[in-house]
Write a protein that binds this ligand. Structure first.
Ligand code: NDP
Length: 395
């Protein structure tokens, strides 16, 4: 049985802890560590009450490699699950390298001062991870994560060559607040307010934020305005999906969300540079995070569904083919199961499954990898088994 160390007791961390505790035949020893011990205590109590599983907890500052190394040496995990913020990806990767322990995360490294959404600095660990004989699995959430696996599955079973991919992410949940973000507001608002970008014929093409819109009819939800954004999984997919000519990413937003965001942006509240306020230095987007509802508290109020998937077009046996693979997830159902809304659930379940693939040796190879580089079949089977069933339609 495997020993896991989960770092980050936020919205997604809660789901990961619940899912690992539900699978205690695989994850025999679970430790949850975060900056704030009281959150770990809360989740520790929840899983004890719900599943009768005892987990260990610890306080850690994941910005400190020394603290991380100490924690890893004390807890001796087989794999470290980085469910903190993408700012900590490199410190946690470094601590895993120093201690010789496998690593997994759900988002790519993000520099606190510059919004880049790039894998470059994590891919740079590949040689050192190979030399050490350890593995890093990058982006084991839903998008990135499951969307990459959907692409690999389409490539393996449905196409000789995939020519175009559209990743389609719809959250039709309603939490009743005029404005709130479903996961960490700093990351969410940076992503949404940045310029859009897609890849076509070997080049990245930039668009203004929210410049390109289409309406997509999402199964079990209905037609929704969907806007072209840059999203990190495209960077690895263009390297690994053969014959690809174009890849784009779309996310749905309602009018009210966009109006609030535009207004906040216009007054400078999305800024990531420090400003002076009454003698104190503050970062506007961090102050905004303090004012907004904590995403971890949205679960109890959110109704509706998410639908995230991919549409792939290409050639099979000389014939044109177009398929749609997607998952639909219900906010109220996920809350009943794990006390979390569907955005955290759809990220946390694949993190647990990624760790399961690694500790069971189904996905295990020294080096740094993205999700589409492994055999998609066992992961797709596990999605059906652990709460994220998927559908395939020929279009
Ligand atoms: P939250 O902000 O809710 O939680 C982050 C957690 O990390 C908090 O518990 C926080 O600490 C902890 N943390 C932050 N900094 C440190 C630090 N220096 N040391 C120790 N702990 C720290 O984020 P989410 O749970 O919403 O998201 C988690 C990750 O998942 C993010 O990287 C996000 O980008 C990613 N994500 C990926 C998605 C995907 O589909 N791939 C979708 C959604 C999110 P504290 O204990 O103080 O609360």
């Amino acid at each position: 049985m495997a020993n896991v160390l989960i770092i980050g007791a936020g919205g997604v961390g809660r789901v990961v802890v619940h899912k690992c505790a539900q699978n205690s035949d695989t994850f025999g020893k679970i430790t949850l560590a975060s900056r704030t011990l009281s959150k770990c205590e809360l989740y520790q109590q929840e899983v004890k009450e719900r599943y009768g599983v005892d987990i260990d907890i610890a306080q850690v500052d994941a910005d400190s490699i020394k603290e991380l190394v100490n924690l890893i040496e004390q807890t001796k995990p087989d794999v470290v699950l980085n469910i903190a913020l993408p700012y900590q990806d490199l410190t946690i990767m470094e601590a895993c390298l120093q201690t010789g322990v496998h690593y997994l995360d759900t988002a790519n490294y993000e520099h606190p001062d510059t919004a880049k959404f790039e894998y470059k600095e994590q891919w740079a660990y590949d040689d050192r991870y190979k030399e050490k004989g350890i593995m890093a699995l990058l982006g084991s959430g839903f998008d990135p994560g499951v969307t990459n696996v959907f692409c690999a599955y389409a490539q393996k079973h449905y196409f000789d060559e995939i020519h175009t991919i559209d990743i389609l992410d719809c959250n039709a949940g309603d939490h009743g607040y005029p404005f709130a973000t479903n996961f960490n507001p700093e990351i969410n608002l940076r992503e949404v307010s940045a310029k859009g970008r897609y890849w076509e014929n070997g080049k990245w093409i930039e668009t203004e934020p929210m410049e390109f819109k289409m309406v997509w009819d999402y199964p079990q939800i209905g037609p929704r305005d969907s806007y072209l954004l840059y999203h990190e999984e495209m960077e690895s997919l263009v390297k690994h999906i053969k014959g690809l000519k174009r890849i784009r990413f779309f996310m749905t937003f309602g009018e009210s969300y966009l109006t609030h965001m535009k207004c906040l942006e216009n007054v400078g509240m999305l800024g990531i540079e420090e400003v002076e306020h009454n003698g104190c230095k503050i970062v506007p987007i961090q102050f905004l995070k303090t004012l907004l509802p904590d995403p971890a508290t949205l679960g109890a109020r959110t109704k509706g569904k998410t639908n995230i998937g991919i549409v792939a077009e290409g050639i099979k046996d000389g014939q044109k083919r177009k398929i749609y693979i997607y998952n639909v997830c219900d906010h109220e159902e996920t809350y009943k199961e794990t006390l979390s809304q569907a955005v955290s659930y759809t990220t946390g379940v694949p993190a647990m499954i990624g760790a399961k693939m690694m500790v069971e040796g189904k996905w295990m190879c020294p080096g740094v990898y993205n999700m589409e580089q492994f055999d998609p079949d066992p992961f797709m089977e596990a999605l059906n088994q652990y709460g994220l069933p998927w559908h395939i339609e020929e279009l």
